[in-house]
Ligand binder design. Structure first.
Ligand code: IPM
Ligand code: MG
Length: 369
């Protein structure tokens, strides 16, 4: 079996962390007994430099034909003065839309070994294990009209939050299905005391909930949710929310884990899937072998689970990551209690080594050399 992967390294630290993720993916494939074929394409600033636009038709076609896409990061100061639709970020939004990736999963799990690295007290964050399910192709990011316009002779600028019932329905199903495999609780986050889209969101989520009788559903206003995330984050299991709310809340939730450099994400639609770290392109440390590749590597774990159904390999990878962190091996982003600070490349090598060690243990030291 061959899995065709498109790698979109992008900008800043993107290429460095993607390289490590690919190295780990190849090791996982060898262990699990499948082959990977990697095809690299441009997105973001590098695409602007080479082709004049942040996302080309050939990148879109390659991603549509792939089994899964691995993305590094996009953006950087070099392209910050460009107009909205020419910015690197619009390449990222464009690929999500073109691939129909409406479900964005952002798992927030506090590793025991890192609970002192958070800015919150260890007793507040210990045991946190939640999944942010962010709607990714609608809402405030994509609603029309958008941009500058002239109304009654006056110039203004508009963004629109718009949803169809069908869009809310499908993301609600994704959240409830996921909750079935977890602690069976869904928190739907909205701003129903102010926004019409939120009131519709609420009633659709309730209708969908009736198909999942074993799941507890609660509604929470987005401002309250922002507060509850730092007050008592353990209360959350699956959090489902609008695109922009999810963007903001997932950064906040990420910091519970001590470093945004640890968090992976999966963007899913009816087929395929795009996997990327939650962090950005960190241009200040690009090219210095300093970036933490663990979020990109953990994104490979999500790819193994959600696109390939390779749960054993994904479990092995989780174990390798836990092992490395519990030995105190860190990258420069989490120096606290580190026994050793590794570079990007060395961290990738460490994960691969641990993977093979665990695989050997699992196989009674037989098949894998
Ligand atoms: C994210 C990022 C993107 C978003 C940006 C880079 C367009 O912040 O993936 O969370 O807002 O979705
Ligand atoms: Mg974001």
């Amino acid at each position: 079996m061959i899995k065709r992967i498109v790698s979109l390294p992008g900008d800043g630290i993107g290429p460095e962390v993607n390289n490590q993720a690919i190295k780990v993916l190849k090791a996982c494939a060898e262990i699990a007994g499948f082959q990977v074929e990697i095809d690299e394409h441009d997105i973001g600033g590098i695409s602007i430099d080479k082709h004049g636009i942040p996302l080309t038709e050939s990148t879109i076609q390659a991603c549509l034909a792939a089994d899964a896409v691995l993305l590094g990061a996009v953006g950087g100061p070099k392209w910050d003065t460009l107009e909205g639709h020419l910015r690197p970020e619009s390449g990222l939004l464009g690929i999500r839309k073109a691939l129909g990736l409406y479900t964005n999963l952002r798992p927030v799990k506090v590793f025991d070994a890192l609970k002192d690295a958070s800015t919150l007290k260890p007793e507040v964050i210990s045991g946190v294990d939640m999944m942010v399910v962010r709607e990714l192709t609608g809402g405030l990011y994509f609603g029309q009209p958008k941009g500058p316009r002239t109304v009654n002779g006056h110039d203004d600028v508009v963004d629109t939050m718009a949803y169809t019932e069908a869009e809310v329905e499908r993301i609600a199903h994704a959240a409830f299905k996921l909750a079935m495999t977890r602690r069976k609780k869904v928190t739907s986050v909205d701003k129903a005391n102010v926004l019409a889209t939120s009131r519709m969101w609420r009633s659709v989520v309730e209708r969908v909930a009736s198909e999942y009788p074993g799941i507890e559903l609660e509604h929470m206003l987005v401002d309250n949710c922002a507060m509850q995330l730092v007050r008592n984050p353990r209360q959350f299991d699956v959090v489902v929310t609008e695109n922009m709310f999810g963007d903001i809340l997932s950064d906040e939730a990420a910091m519970l884990t001590g470093s945004i450099g640890m968090l992976p994400s999966a963007s899913l639609g009816e087929s395929g899937g795009l996997y990327e770290p939650v962090h950005g392109s960190a241009p200040d440390i690009a090219g210095q072998n300093k970036a933490n590749p663990l979020a990109a590597i953990a994104s490979v774990g999500l790819m193994l689970r959600y696109s390939f159904g390779e749960h054993n390999a994904a479990d092995l990878l989780d174990k390798a990551l836990e092992g490395i962190l519990s030995r105190g091996w860190r990258c420069a982003d989490i120096p606290l209690h580190a026994t050793v600070i590794l570079g990007t490349e060395e961290m990738g090598d460490a994960v691969v080594e641990d993977l093979y060690d665990f695989a050997r243990l699992n196989n009674g030291a037989k098949e894998i050399v």
